[in-house]
Design a protein around this ligand. Structure first.
Ligand code: D41
Length: 675
């Protein structure tokens, strides 16, 4: 049907009206029409477009959700690099930052915009002639992933800018995040559907934005706050950051309502406290604030230093602590039999995740804290570390608390518990007789950094051991379809997938295999060092304690532990069974072992990188012969920082250790790989 001018006008009017309502609802948070009225407008537009498909434009509000692309996301080069932020952890860092800026600008006082630092992911969105043409993740700051189709599904991102005073070509930067409420609702839905749960809003936002199917993203409660402009067609957008934020909001983009304009370092620190006090009440997670020199000309004068602006600074909030109650205390048996007491808590949301367990480390810690069941406690979670109980609020101890009696026998196999190191370590003496230890050692064997058997999770391992399908890791390679499908909740398809994952794991590397064996004291770095020194497995099994101690970073305790492991008949039996089942590693590793240009160097990785996991970075370094350590010391050669590096960065600065960001690190790896 050819459309009359009247139909065209009606379609235009409907689109404008719907865009206005979207803006009021998603950007200003001040809806002016009831949902039913909005739905009626949408419905009318959809009906008209159905009759006149030639009038559909990609910016029509009906066209947010596109079809699923064939393959993975393309790569996008940012017109201007997306910078990273330097971090401050203490007030003094903020004062230094302000002083340096004043010195450079030769000014008495500088005005700043203070913005809450959202815990999401940085994204760039690009408008041409007011139409959304591209959305990209930050990636390494230079290249990101093309997530246009997914960005289009976010209701707070206009497909068409409002007004007319926007530059013809405009790139905008902001943070994509999920509100606390949206995150809880999503996880609820996931739980009901038996799908995977996200650990925190940040992961949920990242996972949702990186869905291949935009239909999935469209159903995720993603939001975006904009905070900067990237490349613009004609000159600067405004004279100050505060004006930039105003412009963005006028054009229909959402801006954080908590942003403040302040003067001087003291103004910054006051705003920091104001926002910190609001933190829990805000509907989204923030992990600090960002200070930005307000005047754009001053920003330009200050410029950038290695990928971070000199005019901006992120000030992190301290590790989060929350109050809760100890509902119970019990113990967990680890892979090596170590018995760790765990406090079961009334769930609390702290540091971005819901915590319902906290480690009590060891029996001595229970004494030290004098923690009892029923106690009010403070729990802390910082970064990726396991939540722990910081203190007991003795003043609030209820009348009926119960002391925890540390068991004398293993809760799993009833073997006697023995103490080492003056009562610090409690260990089950059951060895491989203990089901808990066997389960843990199989879980470890299958884990991603070990044999990487996809689909073999905790629950399944426990089921396999409980049903007596397997007794040790070698039995995994003898599992059959029939045995698997007989298990609860295991269909033929999953069983088949699992068997092929098990089969794939046979081809591994010596270092992974050694790590997978779960030898006490042998982590990934040690396993790598062993594999490099002893590319022949049989020679390694025969090495004596003295020879083992000759390997860098292997001391008497580790050497003894390795020796004892290989001395035990049942361990040798399992190893023989594994090799007979076909577990193997390419011999080229012998050749590779000489290609270790980073030998003798120690690295510390901190913060999350955009384009590689920390595991991957670690393996890369180890494959080049470097050692990767957990803590920064005078012996550290390099600290590699991603987003939100923690105290390690501060320590590196203090000790004068060289710091690399992700981009420098990628270059560094490339250089040494070819060297
Ligand atoms: O809320 C944030 N997470 C946030 C991140 C923010 N409010 N402002 C930011 N400003 C910048 C500059 C100054 C470089 C434009 C940022 C980020 N960058 C940023 N996010 C991730 C890396 C850098």
């Amino acid at each position: 049907m050819t459309a009359s001018a009247g139909v065209r006008r009606r379609i235009d009017a409907l689109r404008s009206e719907i865009e206005q309502h979207n803006y009021r609802y998603y950007v200003l948070d001040e809806p002016t029409v009831p949902d039913i009225e909005y739905d009626r407008l949408m419905h009318e537009l959809q009906s008209l477009e159905a009759v006149h498909p030639d009038l559909i434009t990609s910016s029509s509000p009906t066209q947010r959700v596109g079809a699923k692309p064939e393959s993975a996301f393309g790569s996008v080069r940012h017109a201007e690099p997306m910078l990273s932020l330097n971090n401050a952890f203490a007030d003094a860092d903020v004062e230094d930052f302000d002083r340096r800026a004043r010195e450079r600008l030769d000014l008495e006082e500088i005005d700043y915009v203070v913005e809450p630092k959202l815990d999401g992911l940085a994204v760039s969105i690009h408008y041409e002639a007011g139409l959304l043409v591209r959305g990209a993740t930050r990636g390494d700051g230079v290249n990101g992933e093309d997530v246009t189709l997914n960005v289009r599904t976010m209701r707070s991102v206009p497909l068409r800018l409002l007004g007319s005073d926007f530059p013809a070509s405009l790139e905008i930067r902001g943070e994509v995040f999920m509100s606390k409420q949206g995150f809880a609702a999503l996880n609820d839905r996931q739980r009901k559907a038996g799908e995977k749960l996200y650990v925190n809003p940040r992961n949920a936002a990242a996972g949702s934005l990186r869905q291949l199917d935009p239909q999935v993203t469209a159903n995720r409660p993603l939001e975006m706050f904009c905070y900067a402009v990237g490349r613009v067609a004609d000159g600067d957008v405004a004279l100050t950051q505060a004006q930039v934020l105003d412009c963005l909001q006028r054009w229909g983009l959402r801006v954080c309502p908590e942003n403040l304009v302040v003067s001087g370092a003291q103004g910054c620190l006051d705003a920091y406290r104001v926002i910190l006090n609001k933190r829990d009440a805000l509907p989204y997670e923030i992990d600090g604030v960002v200070y930005k020199v307000n005047r754009v000309d001053q920003q330009q004068q200050l410029g950038n230093i290695s990928r971070a602006p000199r005019w901006a600074l992120a000030h992190k909030f301290p590790a989060q602590e929350k109050r809760t109650r100890v509902a119970g205390i019990d113990v967990q048996v680890g892979r090596t039999g170590a018995i760790t007491p765990v406090a079961r808590l009334d769930p609390v949301f702290v540091g971005g995740v819901t915590v319902s367990n906290a480690t009590l480390h060891n029996p001595a810690e229970i004494e030290r804290l004098d923690i009892r069941i029923g106690d009010a406690v403070v729990v802390r979670r910082a970064g990726d570390v396991i939540p722990e109980v910081v203190s007991v609020i003795k003043e609030q101890r209820p009348a009926h608390t119960r002391k925890f009696r540390f068991p004398t026998r293993c809760p799993e196999c009833k073997s006697e518990i023995l103490y080492e190191g003056e009562g610090i370590i409690a260990r089950c003496s059951g060895g491989l007789y203990c089901d808990a230890q066997r389960k843990e050692s199989i879980k470890h064997f299958a884990s991603r950094r070990a044999m990487d058997i996809e689909g073999l999770g905790s629950k399944l391992v426990e089921q396999l051991v409980d049903e007596e399908c397997i007794r040790d890791v070698a039995d995994l390679y003898g599992l059959s379809i029939d045995k698997l499908v007989a298990l609860d909740r295991m269909g033929p398809k999953s069983a088949e997938n699992l068997l092929s994952a098990i089969d794939r794991s046979k081809h591994t590397s010596l270092a992974r295999f050694l790590f997978a064996l779960g030898i006490s004291q042998v982590g990934e770095s040690t396993a790598q060092a062993l594999a490099t020194t002893y590319p022949e497995f049989d020679t390694l099994m025969a090495a004596d304690v003295e020879a083992l101690q000759g390997i860098p970073d292997i001391g008497p305790v580790v050497a003894q532990s390795i020796r004892s492991f290989f001395d035990q008949d049942h361990n040798r039996e399992v190893i023989d069974k594994l090799r007979a089942a076909g577990v193997n590693w390419p011999l080229t590793e012998v050749e590779q072992s000489s290609a270790t240009p980073l030998r003798g160097m120690t690295f510390v990785l901190t913060g999350s990188m955009d384009n590689m996991t920390r595991d991957h970075a670690k393996r890369q370094l180890q494959s080049l012969g470097a050692k990767v350590s957990d803590s920064v010391s005078a012996k550290t050669d390099y600290v590699v920082t991603g987003d939100s590096p923690g105290s390690k960065l501060a320590k590196a600065h203090k000790l004068g250790v060289t710091v690399m960001d992700e981009e420098e690190f990628v270059e560094f790896l490339a250089k040494h790989r070819t060297a």
